[in-house]
Design a protein around this ligand. Structure first.
Ligand SMILES: C[S@@+](CC[C@H](N)C(=O)[O-])C[C@H]1O[C@@H](n2cnc3c(N)ncnc32)[C@H](O)[C@@H]1O
Length: 369
């Protein structure tokens, strides 16, 4: 480590890494790939060990680790996160380019009954009925590929068009508006998404294994992780800030998952802060303590763990999330190697946390003794 970590440029005003693969599906608060790239390069990871991201989201850390010739392990509670991560870190099957045209042709000739969508709350508010019909046709045609190596990629493409095909104004605006969509747009959007996926993943050199664990991190056992971990790079969910379950709510309903179960276990979800006996910053401390206990049991001696975290406002009070992570880490016996801030560039943020007015985030580097 020649240069000090704090002497490196962490603001990344300009794009250094082409990110078409990171753009195959929308995801809130995702890393710009330069952050895990620089952390992995600087902190290093032994070739015989894996990079772990216990809150892997859309798999940015995992993909970057693979591109640097390292195996990786990702954990996330959200099934959409795990689906995207899995597809990003797996070689696209060579026949994918023809399969998605077959899927659309098959879907067009199907007959479906949208009464079976009744269990999806407010479905008629968010989706026009002719759009529901074509989405259901597509879903059923994709389902025929269950067990095939193209299934996950088809599901990612399907998931990526749900908000576009709905009446929801945008990914981050939850108002129903008339977007003048016609039923045929469902197939058009799906084909565009599949083409994008196919071209982004065509040169995916994923020879390095990646294990994805779709679980609450606090329920993961060290024995669930199949490899030795040499480095951890992650950005945890911020308390009372972003809601991943809400962002992906209709994607989950359409793909057969229950968003209510995810909301219950999601760290930092706003709902936990506005109920009777609501969560406080101490809950976040305990959740990070639990996460660090897992890290402590799987990380090699002297291995590093880097956390990138913003601050929160909970009931009008500023909360120093990085400080809580440092406190939990020190109580578990980690060395706190470094703690510094980086400026978040407004045009390089994947989300807008206007209510928390976040302009900076903190990078905390820990080391296992
Ligand atoms: C800041 S995002 C990670 C984004 C990621 N770095 C990327 O580039 O896409 C935090 C992630 O934590 C996940 N999460 C929230 N609560 C969790 C829990 N209890 N266990 C595991 N993951 C959880 C969310 O689903 C979300 O994907």
């Amino acid at each position: 480590m020649a240069e000090l970590i704090t002497e490196l440029d962490w603001d990344f005003k300009e794009k250094i890494i082409s990110d078409s693969i990171h753009g195959i599906h929308p995801y809130p608060a995702k890393f710009i790939p330069e952050i895990p790239f620089q952390l992995i390069n600087y902190l290093g990871c032994d070739k015989n060990t894996s990079v772990l991201d216990p809150f892997c989201g859309s798999g940015t850390t995992l993909k970057v680790a693979q591109s640097l010739g390292l195996p990786c392990v990702g954990i996330d509670l959200n099934p959409i996160a795990c689906l995207i991560s899995k597809v990003k870190t797996t070689k696209i099957p060579p026949n994918f380019g023809t399969v998605f045209y077959d899927v659309v042709a098959d879907a067009k000739s199907r007959k479906v009954d949208i009464d079976e969508l009744e269990s999806i709350p407010n479905i008629n508010h968010w989706f026009k009925s002719d759009i529901q019909v074509n989405l259901l046709k597509l879903k059923k045609s994709i389902h025929d590929y269950l067990g095939h190596d193209t299934f996950d990629a088809l599901c990612v493409a399907f998931s990526s068009i749900i908000v576009k095909a709905s009446n929801q104004e945008s990914d981050t605006r939850y108002a129903a508006i008339n977007k003048n969509l016609v039923a045929e747009d469902v197939f058009r959007l799906f084909l565009v998404s599949c083409e994008k996926l196919n071209s982004s993943l065509l040169y995916n050199s994923s020879d390095f294994p990646c294990q994805i664990i779709n679980k609450d991190v606090l329920a993961v056992q060290p024995s669930d992780i199949n490899s030795t971990v040499g480095l951890v790079v992650t950005s945890p969910p911020y308390p009372n800030a972003y809601e991943y379950w809400l962002y992906h709510k209709y994607r989950m309903w359409w793909l057969g998952f229950d968003p209510k179960e995810i909301k219950e276990k999601e760290i930092g979800a706003r709902a936990h802060f506005f109920k009777k006996n609501h969560h406080t910053e101490r809950d976040f401390y305990h959740q990070m303590y639990g996460t660090l206990q897992l890290i402590d049991s799987v990380l090699i001696t002297h291995g590093h763990a880097a956390f990138v975290v913003g601050r929160s406002i909970i009931h009008g009070k500023n909360v120093d999330n990085a400080g809580l992570i440092v406190e939990a880490a020190e109580n578990l016996g980690f060395d706190v190697v470094e703690r510094f801030n980086r400026t978040m560039n407004s045009n390089r943020k994947s989300f807008n946390l206007s209510y928390a007015k976040i302009k900076e985030e903190t990078i905390v580097v820990l080391r296992k003794k």
